[in-house]
Write a protein that binds this ligand. Structure first.
Ligand SMILES: Cc1cc2nc3c(=O)[nH]c(=O)nc-3n(C[C@H](O)[C@H](O)[C@H](O)COP(=O)(O)OP(=O)(O)OC[C@H]3O[C@@H](n4cnc5c(N)ncnc54)[C@H](O)[C@@H]3O)c2cc1C
Length: 453
């Protein structure tokens, strides 16, 4: 059957771009359509577990990641008073052959976008073009209706992949009538801030208790030795940049990231997320307000963290210095019984949005993309068979992560907050060795499940 495309990917997020690279490596031609225009909306920080880093390294991005991402050495848990509960190594320290990375989402997306354009051609990613709906038939494969440039047209493909995130149009077509994403009861604020390195500079900090949590990690190494800052943010693609990478993204299209927020010498870019369990009446908008680009206000988040100090990290000062705060309800969806149908399937947040056990879905999206590319290659030319093979590998693994909160790590933090609301001197004063072992082992098991192919 003559068609316009072999594989059409909806969404140039982390999953969609990784898939395009994986398909290209497997000799399968893909085109990616992206609803947003350039500069793409950026987001703040994301992390990549070693299994996702291994996939991106196999796609030739290992050196770029090493240059632009931070490899955390340790993950440390604290109560809200800075009492240390436990630490564990990350990445290479756990025996993985490649590191775990923390990286600015825009930097990762830009690395992927540049690689796709260099390898597949400048026209392989079509921005300002949204998938509206699709229709499958024996004679045409998948006919996809696209909207862009003020007009609606349709194109055909042998396969359509929905990598179009939380509010996926492809998922809506596969599962008509599905309820919209529902609020988990947690509100999430995020920010990036130039700050001096804390807790040794390569630590992922998790702190909290009593329904209030904080997560802090660097997404750049300190800017030092007369070098330029790690990134240049600008709307103008011609802006000079450091380290071979230009990030022409503002956090909103047409809005340059505030220049004054670039790190000064000795500072790194720190990423923080603050999540708070709230009643449904606490903030306006409910689940309907979920939007990665939604702005948050310091006054909303600061009161939950008054007086928090974790080692050399002054939490209220960090929050107050953040030039742009994002705040949005954390939403989720019930797991799907089947992801795809015929020549259409889903990856990343489109397939399994924001699982409670996986605070950051980026690693899952990369693994989905890598497995799908391999399955389609293995079953060429039968695209539907490739998708079912992919789903048989990934759907059960991901479903196992859809466990109801509270997660082991939160149980432990809440337990400590309850037993020692004013802090503790020794962890042994608040937790038995068995309790600590039980909950940390459960936490590590969940983490390992999220990182498995
Ligand atoms: C703007 C933005 C900012 C984010 N910021 C963060 C962050 O700071 N921290 C974090 O942990 N996670 C963030 N995320 C989510 C994170 O990127 C994903 O959870 C994870 O990387 C999985 O990626 P994904 O490719 O499945 O989805 P996403 O990264 O969400 O990408 C989906 C892409 O599909 C596009 N799209 C949507 N609808 C259509 C359509 N109909 N047709 C074509 N394209 C469409 C979107 O514009 C987007 O580019 C952000 C996502 C977005 C879109």
């Amino acid at each position: 059957m003559p068609v316009d495309h072999d594989v059409l990917v909806s969404g140039a997020g982390i999953g969609g771009l990784t898939l395009a690279l994986g398909l290209h490596a497997a000799g399968i031609r893909a085109v990616v359509v992206e609803a947003a225009g350039l500069p793409l909306p950026a987001g703040t920080g994301v992390s990549l577990p070693p299994s996702a880093v291994a996939e991106l390294t196999a796609l030739g991005l290992g050196d770029s990641l090493a240059r632009h991402a931070v490899a955390p050495a340790v993950l440390s848990h604290y109560d809200r008073h800075g009492g240390h509960l436990w630490s564990e190594p990350r990445g290479l320290g756990l025996g993985h052959p490649v590191p775990q990375y923390s990286i600015h989402r825009a930097v990762l997306q830009d690395l992927l976008l540049q690689a796709v354009r260099a390898r597949l051609g400048a026209d392989a990613v079509r921005t300002s073009t949204a998938v509206v709906r699709f229709h499958q038939s024996e004679s045409e494969g998948v006919r996809v209706t696209l909207r862009g440039g003020g007009r609606v047209r349709s194109e055909t493909a042998l396969a359509l992949i929905g990598a179009d995130g939380l509010r996926s149009a492809v998922r809506a077509g596969l599962h008509p009538g599905e309820a919209p994403p529902g609020w988990s009861g947690v509100w999430l604020w995020r920010g990036l801030v130039p700050w001096q390195p804390v807790l040794g500079g390569r630590t992922v900090v998790v702190a909290g208790g009593g329904g209030v949590r904080l997560h802090v990690h660097p997404v750049s190494y300190p800017y030092d030795n007369g070098a330029q800052p790690p990134y240049a943010y600008a709307d103008d693609p011609a802006t000079p940049y450091a380290g071979g990478l230009r990030v022409p993204y503002g956090n909103r299209p047409g809005t340059p990231y505030p220049y004054e927020s670039l790190p000064r010498r000795g500072q790194a870019l720190l990423h923080w997320t603050a999540s708070v369990r709230l009643g449904p009446e606490a903030l306006p908008g409910g689940a309907g307000a979920a939007d990665w680009n939604r702005r948050g206000r310091l006054a909303e988040v600061l009161p939950h963290y008054a007086g928090w100090r974790i080692g050399d990290l002054d939490v209220p000062a960090l929050l107050a210095a953040t030039p742009r705060i994002h705040g949005s309800p954390l939403v989720g969806r019930a797991p799907l019984r089947r992801w795809g149908e015929g020549r259409v399937s889903l990856i990343g947040d489109a397939a399994h949005p924001l699982l409670p056990a996986v605070p950051d879905g980026t690693g899952l999206a990369v693994l989905d993309a890598a497995v799908l590319a391999r399955c389609l290659a293995r079953t060429t030319p039968d695209r539907a068979a490739g998708m079912r093979l992919y789903e048989s590998h990934r759907a059960a693994r991901v479903a196992a992560l859809d466990i109801a909160p509270p997660l082991p790590c939160d149980v432990l933090l809440d337990l400590v907050a309850e037993r020692a609301p004013d802090g503790f001197a020794q962890v042994g004063d608040v937790l038995t060795a068995e309790e600590l072992h039980h909950w940390t082992a459960a936490h590590l098991a969940l983490e390992a499940a999220a990182e498995a192919w």
